[in-house]
Design a protein around this ligand. Structure first.
Ligand code: OSB
Ligand code: MG
Length: 369
């Protein structure tokens, strides 16, 4: 098949409440929705969800728009491919820019799903019918934090993740443990610490945390392996893992006991599966991270999270929890067990609400030959 038409929608969905991490605050969610169309008119939707500023990873919405339009598009437009591996190899000469690559790569899976008449989850070898979810609580006042946790627990969340940074860690965890007792709790440092903070992590070791996510440098695995030897709480790597090779090296160095897989961060679903497989082989459990994306990415992420080695709750909240609205129909919902059902439908698994897509589109680019 060949991709004949690419449409990029730079959208912005209003959030109910702002989300703050160690590297900034977002009050609405700009993201890029990608629509691909083949020569036979088969359509696939994907999403490219970096943050608007280069503080999580180097990419931003702006860099992704440029990279997709100027560099990826010329390599994929009107080029023959059949398997996903062939599609990805069309642009493999481009270094990095994994969010940009994920934008187009994720949109190919719903196309393959239609051609092969199998759901995306089935194409990936998914076995889980529902996925467990957890909430990610940003940095805010103590009162706001406790309120958000209560709201998540009321919605049957399986675990609570707290964003931490130096000075907003031990006291926070202590208060949350005191108020909510034995809930499944973890923290995410988003690379804001270094080895000089080792005492902080030794103290956190006393709070029975499920894991500590990405405490140290965003490309580091060496210092994480030093830290992991000093603490019993499992370290989970997020930012440091860009591909399956990184995962292999991190496992070899014992830099972590768990890996967070985010399709956007690693360039799409194929690399997500490769990371899943190398972790499974080495008995390292994984879970699906999130970027507070729109429903398009959440739909595809839930297919990814259905693979068997996704054994911890995913960072995925129902639309209503974070956003005023979404662009897919039906909305992502969490059932009474705190789970999201993995769609068995062909394609994305959800419909795109074109009227809403238009409403939230700030800029649209149509690229065809
Ligand atoms: O580090 O996991 C992270 C959101 C934006 C950027 C980085 C991260 C996050 C989250 C949100 O933690 C998870 C979600 O989508 O609910
Ligand atoms: Mg993280």
């Amino acid at each position: 098949m060949k991709i004949k038409k690419i449409i990029l929608y730079e959208i912005d969905i209003p959030m109910r409440k702002s989300f703050t991490t160690g590297f900034g605050t977002v009050t609405s969610r700009p993201t890029i929705i990608v629509k691909l169309e083949t020569e036979k008119g088969v359509v696939g939707w994907g999403e490219c969800p970096p943050l608007p500023f280069p503080m999580y990873k180097p990419e931003t919405i702006d860099t992704c728009m440029i990279v997709i339009e100027n560099y990826i598009t010329p390599l994929i437009l009107d080029k023959e491919f059949s398997a996903i591996e062939e599609f990805v190899s069309l642009y493999s000469a481009i270094k990095g820019n994994l969010f940009a690559k994920a934008g187009v790569e994720t949109a190919v899976w719903p196309i393959l799903s239609q051609i092969k008449n199998k759901s995306v989850a089935e194409l990936l070898g998914g076995t889980q019918k529902e996925i467990k979810t957890g909430i990610s609580v940003g940095i805010g006042s103590m009162e706001e934090t406790l309120e958000k946790i209560q709201k998540g627990l009321n919605a049957n969340t399986h675990r609570v993740k707290l964003k931490i940074k130096p000075g907003w860690d031990i006291e926070l965890v202590k208060k949350v443990r005191k108020k909510f007792g034995d809930i499944i709790l973890m923290v995410d440092g988003n690379s804001s610490y270094n080895l000089a903070d080792i005492e902080t992590f030794k103290k956190l070791d006393n709070y029975n945390l499920l894991m500590i996510e990405q405490p140290l440098g965003d490309e580091d695995i060496i210092d994480h392996s030093i830290l992991q030897k000093e603490i019993k709480t499992p370290i989970c790597l997020d930012e440091s893992i860009a591909n399956a090779e990184d995962a292999r090296k991190a496992i070899y160095l014992k830099a972590c006991k768990i890996i967070n897989i985010k399709p956007g961060r690693v360039g799409g679903l194929l690399e997500s599966k490769k990371i899943h497989d190398v972790c499974q082989k080495n008995e390292i459990g994984v879970w699906c991270g999130g970027m507070k994306e729109s429903g398009v990415a959440k739909a595809l992420n839930s297919a990814v999270a259905s693979m068997p080695n996704f054994i911890y709750p995913a960072d995925m909240t129902p639309t209503q929890y974070d956003f005023e609205d979404d662009i897919i129909s039906p909305n992502i919902v969490i059932n009474d067990s705190g789970n999201i059902k993995v769609s068995e439908n062909i394609g994305l698994g959800y419909e795109i609400d074109e009227e809403k897509l238009q409403r939230y589109t700030k800029m649209k680019k149509v690229i065809q030959q």
